[in-house]
Structures are given as structure tokens and as C-alpha cells.
Design a protein around this ligand. Structure first.
Ligand SMILES: [Zn+2]
Length: 150
């Protein structure tokens, strides 16, 4: 699997209007990653977003929402645990701990700063985890690239 053969775009059809939209770059990576939360996608013809249930991949005719569910189930166990429940909770706890530590040092030990730091860390780290860290590990360590899923 060389990077040359990794697709960077794919076409989908909006069932309601029958128009084809090509998704590429970051949006393509996001829509291909079944562990990334996406509520809907864009139709160029309609000019707005609709739920993934209303779109099918142009080449396979599979509903995008169904395809993503299948991809999540078919992902290697290591990738699944990295991206779901456990991984996210680890990131959550780690973020809270790091945030509390930062709050402690910035706020000179004031409990309020520790609480704010913990809250921010608990929110921010899972986002970074799911958006950057988990996909990077999935790809580099396990060779799992969502863009190759069909
Ligand atoms: Zn449309």
C-alpha cells in the first residue's frame, strides 16, 4: 500500500436530488473514518448539509452511514479500542490530570484554577486524541488508513 494508491477523494450521490458531490482532502478523510463523529455531509446541488443516511457512494451504491458502521465493525481490534471507549476515557482522564497540573502551576495552587484546568484538559485532550492521535497511531502502527476503506 503506497501513498500513491491512497485515494484522496470520492464521489457520493445525494439520494433526494440525485446529484453527485466529490468529497476530498480533510473532509474526505473525516467521512472515511468511522470513528470520527460526523452528523452529515454537504450536497453541492442543494447547497447544504444532510444526514449521512441520505447519501450513497457513487461507485458502490452503499449508504454512507451504513458503510461507516460496517467499517467500524471491520476495523482491526487494536484500532477499534484505540478509537472507542477505552482510548477516549484514557484521554479524558489524562487531559483532566494534565489540565489540573497546568491550572495548579498557573494559578499558584488555587483550587479554582485547578478545576478550570482539569475541565479544559478533559475536553481538549479527547478531541485531540480522536482527531489526531488515534488516527495517526492507527495509520502508522497498524497500517489502517480509512481512506482505503470501501
Ligand atoms: Zn442534493
Amino acid at each position: 500500500m503506497s501513498a500513491l494508491h491512497t485515494p484522496n477523494s470520492r464521489a457520493y450521490v445525494h439520494l433526494a436530488c440525485g446529484s453527485t458531490t466529490i468529497v476530498s482532502e480533510g473532509d474526505f478523510t473525516a467521512i472515511c473514518d468511522p470513528f470520527r463523529f460526523i452528523s452529515g455531509t454537504f450536497c453541492v446541488n442543494c447547497g447544504t448539509h444532510f444526514p449521512l443516511k441520505q447519501f450513497v457512494w457513487a461507485d458502490t451504491n452503499e449508504v454512507i452511514a451504513d458503510a461507516r458502521e460496517r467499517w467500524a465493525k471491520e476495523a482491526p481490534p487494536a484500532v477499534r479500542s484505540l478509537n472507542s471507549g477505552v482510548g477516549c476515557w484514557v484521554a479524558f482522564a489524562l487531559g483532566a490530570a494534565v489540565g489540573a497540573g497546568v491550572g495548579w502551576s498557573v494559578g499558584n495552587g488555587a483550587m479554582k484554577a485547578v478545576g478550570i484546568g482539569a475541565g479544559v484538559g478533559a475536553l481538549v485532550l479527547p478531541i485531540i486524541w480522536l482527531g489526531i492521535i488515534a488516527p495517526t497511531i492507527s495509520k502508522s502502527v497498524f497500517g489502517w488508513d480509512p481512506r482505503l476503506l470501501k
